[in-house]
Design a protein around this ligand. Structure first.
Ligand SMILES: NC(=O)c1ccc[n+]([C@@H]2O[C@H](COP(=O)([O-])OP(=O)(O)OC[C@H]3O[C@@H](n4cnc5c(N)ncnc54)[C@H](O)[C@@H]3O)[C@@H](O)[C@H]2O)c1
Length: 331
């Protein structure tokens, strides 16, 4: 390992470019097992009609990105568990893309069943940007209705959820639906080139990898007066495993996906540990604040994975591969 090569990542593709690619003309190979279609135009129309489901930070951003493409795109329906969140999102989208928003009152849907109403609108594309605990149910509904889908990662929070996604995806393939997942790093040209170099043997046989997602943490949405327990947990979803899946699933999945992409395989074994060191207090639910996992691939390659949400520590969002002829760093 004397030849230490660094495969670095120049400027990332902008979010706008990412969605332009992802919702309209995705290249083969980008999506893993998810299906592709030739076109997402509504039948008999040249307008892409879009429905946004989950109008929080990412959903609002995804809608603005989708509406900022050169394609003939219109937002026609919005759905969120909470009306106040939907209203804020609507104003933000309107401020950015006024001419491409056509969401009258009767196509603004609030509540836990709102997603179905948006799917039932005449949109041909749905953006699923809710907490991942709801993703399998909402993806199934979108596929059943024959809608093309952009959905955020992660796709589920547990094994049963993953199996529902995989089964729904088989249906999506049969229906020739376009389906894209928000693993944005898979869409960056520089990263694609770097991963190809590694797959082509630039550092020899890869023997072990490391993946890090260390940051200070995310927002806390404290309990409000008169909230039901369900309203509280859905608002403060990051801290509840049935909605979030904890940090490995929710955030570190980006790094693990990169390693699986490099290896073109999934691990067959995982041994890990984690805990709560500084995450105390009544509004931080049940998730851990640090995790360490040793993954093993079928060929014996090890992946050492670390993630942490603790303020005022070393932050890292990167992956490293060590091979028989050198090492690579993806950041
Ligand atoms: N690819 C990326 O880099 C990236 C970046 C940020 C977030 N995300 C993903 O986007 C998703 C949303 O994250 P966010 O940061 O926007 O969170 P957020 O809390 O800002 O938004 C989630 C929204 O979904 C709504 N919601 C909750 N349950 C719902 C339901 N059953 N039906 C309809 N609406 C519902 C909430 O009220 C909220 O408005 C997560 O899966 C997250 O991992 C991905």
């Amino acid at each position: 390992m004397s030849d230490s090569r660094r495969v670095s990542q120049p400027a990332a593709t902008s979010r706008r470019d990412f969605l332009k690619v992802s919702t309209v003309s995705v290249g083969a190979g980008v999506l893993g097992s998810l299906s592709l279609a030739r076109s997402v135009h509504a039948q008999g129309s040249d307008v892409f009609k879009i429905a946004l489901i989950g109008c929080g930070g990412r959903g609002t951003g995804a809608a603005v990105q989708a509406l900022s493409t050169k394609a003939n795109v219109k937002l026609v329906a919005m759905a969120d568990a909470f009306r106040d969140t939907l209203d804020r999102s609507y104003e933000a989208i309107l401020a950015n893309c006024k001419d491409r928003v056509d969401v009258p009152e009767d196509r603004k849907f609030a509540g836990l069943d709102a997603y179905q109403k948006a799917i039932d609108s005449d949109a041909s594309v749905v953006l699923l940007c809710t907490p991942p605990g709801f993703r399998p149910m909402q993806y199934e509904a979108a596929v059943k209705a024959g809608k093309h889908v952009f959905m955020e990662k992660p796709l589920a929070v547990d094994g049963p959820g993953v199996r529902r996604i995989v089964a729904a995806n088989e249906e999506a393939k049969k229906k020739n639906l376009a389906v894209v997942v928000g693993f944005h790093m898979r869409h960056e040209a520089n990263r694609q080139a770097a991963v190809k170099m590694l797959q082509d043997g630039a550092i020899g046989d890869i023997r072990f990898m490391r993946a890090y997602y260390h940051c200070s943490g995310v927002w806390v949405r404290p309990r409000e007066k008169d909230q039901t327990e369900m309203q509280y947990q859905v608002r403060n979803w990051y801290y509840f495993n049935w909605l979030c899946g904890d940090q490995i699933v929710e955030q570190h999945v980006h790094d693990l996906d990169q390693c699986n992409w490099i290896k073109q395989a999934h691990p067959v074994e995982a041994n890990g540990m984690g805990g709560r060191q500084v995450r105390t207090g009544k509004d931080v639910g049940e998730i851990f604040d640090h995790h360490a996992v040793e993954f093993t691939y079928a060929d014996g390659t090890k992946l050492f994975s670390y993630c942490r949400q603790i303020p005022n520590c070393w932050d890292a969002f990167s992956e490293y591969a060590n091979g028989t002829k050198g090492q690579a760093e993806l950041m």
